[in-house]
Design a protein around this ligand. Structure first.
Ligand SMILES: [Zn+2]
Length: 433
């Protein structure tokens, strides 16, 4: 495949290379040049990039993708009620086939908004795996385990069997271990998971320090912050995805940086729960690896990472009450920071890098007159500007249309499943928050 005459944007260098041609072969960028050779011109798939920009694919570093099915079901509620009165009630009726449909719906939404890689933390991940294979998306998936509750041993064994059966099965899909959080997993359980992680050389993906109350509670019970608990149990290490860490202290941030874990920042979810903190500017200053996350769509409502980045900018500026914080040049590189989810060669269009790319068409009124493409991408772009998306060297979205999934069929199936889930009546949630 060849993309002709396009402007390449680098968020790391904040520069534009105009009128370039990108040659893609076997899932990677083979050549970038301003002149095409005759043999390159004979390439069968040619995309004309005239008037358009190309950027590396976006990363969603923390998602529960199948929760698309629960979009809009728990609004204007506290965190406790969100879990105990809504999400953990409905999820009791969730079947593996539901997870497949919900994941496929989320993958469709992500690809159409330029997200090429996701770290998904949920249940029935064998079916999520099928959905990612079918959608053409890149994913890191982890089967969530709670560490407490009557079924936790069986749940752990199921997750471990999945891990063994699915590791290395598809080059686009990698596996992580998914202990839920220090507030649901006791310390000995976290130790057990981190030992398995070392033995199998698999990274971990975990929730931590989402709210101030969680940090205060942990300090009261253990004398340690939740981040320190993760360090004590061996979970805080290179490769671990820390979902949120929104209430990490400056000492926590230094520890995270030292250990080499990365943070998935889900700004829209925090704001929906009425929370505010200047974590992002502090984490950037501390040199911690950060990418954006959508979390589940029962709290975030969309899987659009451009939207999360915009919310992150606004949240950071408000929290520090400083309009000079969270600069465009600091926030744009986090859009495709694959490093957080274990992807090397991501986030920069260069020879040898994975060919996960997004073509932006800026010709709509919302991006005119084009004075500052970087500001337009952070603050003005919407899904209509996502022209084409390439994952692993294959075109998955062309001219705003998804090529891999029949969205019409999917909509009907998802609506039926959602009706059934919402009819779940139970006095007890599947866990207690
Ligand atoms: Zn989450």
């Amino acid at each position: 495949m060849i993309i002709k005459n396009i402007s390449i944007l680098s968020f790391k260098k904040m520069n534009i290379q105009k009128n370039m041609n990108i040659l893609i072969d076997q899932g990677r960028i083979k050549d970038i040049s301003s002149v095409l050779t005759d043999s390159e011109l004979s390439n069968e798939v040619v995309i004309d990039g005239t008037g358009k920009y190309i950027i590396p694919g976006l990363v969603n570093a923390h998602a529960h993708t199948a929760m698309t099915l629960l979009r809009g079901v728990a609004e204007d509620v506290t965190v406790d009620d969100w879990f105990n009165k809504h999400v953990w009630i409905y999820e009791q009726s969730l079947t593996p086939d539901d997870v497949y449909v919900g994941t496929l719906l989320g993958a469709a939404e992500m690809l159409l908004s330029g997200v090429t890689a996701v770290a998904d933390h949920y249940f029935a991940m064998d079916r999520a795996f099928d959905a990612y294979v079918e959608s053409g998306m890149r994913a890191n998936i982890s089967w969530a385990v709670f560490g407490t509750g009557p079924d936790n041993e069986t749940q752990f064994e199921t997750a471990m069997k999945f891990t063994k059966d699915y590791s290395g099965k598809n080059s686009r899909i990698s596996i992580s271990l998914g202990p839920h959080s220090p507030y649901i997993c006791p310390e000995d359980f976290l130790k057990k998971v981190s030992t398995v992680s070392s033995k199998l050389e698999l990274p971990m993906h975990i929730h931590v320090s989402e709210t101030e109350a969680q940090v205060l509670d942990s300090l009261k019970k253990t004398g340690l912050t939740p981040i320190q608990v993760l360090d004590k149990t061996g979970v805080l290490r290179k490769g671990t995805i820390l979902a949120h860490a929104f209430w990490a202290t400056d000492d926590d941030l230094r520890l995270i940086k030292e250990r080499g874990s990365g943070i998935a920042h889900c700004a829209k979810s925090y704001m929906k729960f009425g929370d505010i903190n200047d974590l992002l500017p502090r984490a950037i200053k501390a040199g911690v690896k950060i990418a954006y996350g959508s979390d589940g769509l029962a709290s975030n409502n969309t899987a659009d990472i451009f939207e999360v980045a915009r919310d992150a900018a606004l949240l950071a500026k408000c929290a520090s009450r400083n309009s000079e914080d969270a600069k465009i040049s600091e926030l744009l590189p986090l859009l495709n920071n694959g490093d957080v989810i274990g992807l090397d060669d991501y986030g920069e269009i260069k020879e040898g890098a994975l060919a996960d790319l997004v073509i932006i068409d800026p010709s709509t009124p919302n991006m005119m007159p084009g004075n500052n493409i970087f500001a337009d991408i952070l603050y003005s772009l919407n899904n209509r500007n996502i022209h084409s998306v390439i994952v692993d060297g294959k075109l998955v979205v062309e001219n705003g249309k998804l090529l891999t999934v029949n969205v019409e069929d999917l909509k009907a199936e998802a609506t039926q499943i959602a009706k059934r889930l919402l009819a779940t009546v139970s006095k007890k949630p599947m866990q207690n928050y």
